[in-house]
Design a protein around this ligand. Structure first.
Ligand code: TXA
Ligand code: MG
Length: 318
């Protein structure tokens, strides 16, 4: 089992030795390794059983450092960075040779982000290399938002998990790329489209495809529990299964037709922010129950609700 702790020097020691460790970010926990060390990057892919065609996000503590890894940051990117970094925003930028091709799966763009979590920011500030870090879950499974989630699934494979408490955002970063200098959203995430559009004007979203080669992590089936999950047809489910065999992910109010302990309420007060924070913990909880099927309610299709719905739909597509 991994050691779980808050010791930055310990995390640093393992990372400098080419090992991978769990790190907290405000979005989800990452499985981090030295992005400039091929052996460490290989370990990341192996540890989470991730196909090497799916590129990694590189985390750094400053734009100054990032400037060594990318050829340029277009004006639109600088504008977004100024507003949202540190934070749940990832930019796709043309890479330099400093970054191994394995990190980007051979693509000529690099996904980079400056995360906001104080522990990880401090860690990044003390390292003289950036950290490649995908979400710290086995490929295709639900992302971790607590150190215990990382321990449960990868604990036998990594030496250390830096514990930063529960993630405050709870869903992955918004990924933005640039075509002819114009911002394009490739993954809905912790920064709502509306917030980006306040700054950039209308932006294109190319995050719906089931086979989008620009972002393989956007594969339609992803973030998925092991139990089948559906977002429609609760009455029909109730006619086919005993109520005890159904789990429900509810936004605000429980359903009377299913036992209370089979239900996970995302936010009793109806807060979309809280719903996003608790989404992956809720899916994990329901997946751990002895139920045959999970029914998940969708949120209103706006603000963070869009990213939450995106994750729920991908979980349903399994
Ligand atoms: O919030 C996050 O972004 C978290 C934390 C740990 O930072 N990380 C994360 O990483 O969600 P991961 O590996 O689970 O998802 C990264 C996504 C994948 O969908 C991948 O295909 C896409 O980013 N990606 C990475 N590099 C890319 C590139 N050069 N072009 C297009 N998509 C890229
Ligand atoms: Mg992931």
């Amino acid at each position: 089992m991994s050691v779980i702790g808050t010791n930055i020097a310990e995390a640093k020691k393992w990372l400098e030795a080419g090992q991978v460790v769990g790190i907290p970010t405000e979005t989800v926990y990452g499985l981090a390794g030295n992005a400039l060390n091929l052996q460490a990057v290989t370990r990341i892919f192996e540890t989470k059983n991730r196909p090497t065609f799916d590129p990694l996000i590189v985390h750094s503590s400053s734009i100054e450092k990032i400037s060594h890894f990318v050829q340029e940051i277009p004006a639109a990117g600088l504008k977004l960075a100024a507003h949202f970094w540190p934070g749940p925003l990832t930019l796709l930028l043309p890479k330099t040779d400093v970054i191994p091709d394995l990190v980007t799966a051979g693509l000529d763009t690099l996904a980079v982000r400056i995360p906001a979590h104080p522990l990880t920011r401090q860690l990044l500030g003390e390292l003289d290399f950036p950290l490649a870090a995908p979400s710290a879950n086995p490929f295709g499974y639900i992302s971790p938002t607590q150190a215990a989630h990382v321990q449960a699934q990868l604990g036998d494979k990594i030496p250390y998990i830096l514990d930063g408490g529960p993630c405050t955002i709870g869903i992955e970063s918004t990924i933005v790329g640039f075509g002819d200098g114009e911002a394009v959203i490739y993954r809905l995430g912790g920064i709502p489209v509306e917030e980006i559009e306040k700054i950039m004007g209308r932006v294109k979203i190319i995050a719906h495809s089931s086979s989008n080669p620009r972002a393989p992590g956007m594969l339609k089936s992803h973030y998925a529990p092991r139990k089948p999950l559906q977002t429609e047809g609760l009455p029909e489910l109730l006619s086919r299964h005993a109520p005890e065999r159904i789990g429900i992910l509810a936004f605000q109010h429980p359903h009377h037709s299913v036992p209370a302990q089979n239900q996970f309420i995302l936010s009793g007060s109806g807060s979309v922010t809280e719903a996003a924070q608790r989404l992956f913990a809720g899916l994990r909880y329901l997946d751990s129950l002895s139920v045959d099927v999970i029914y998940a309610e969708l949120l209103l299709e706006k603000e963070l609700g869009r990213a939450v719905n995106d994750r729920i739909r991908r979980a349903a597509a399994n």
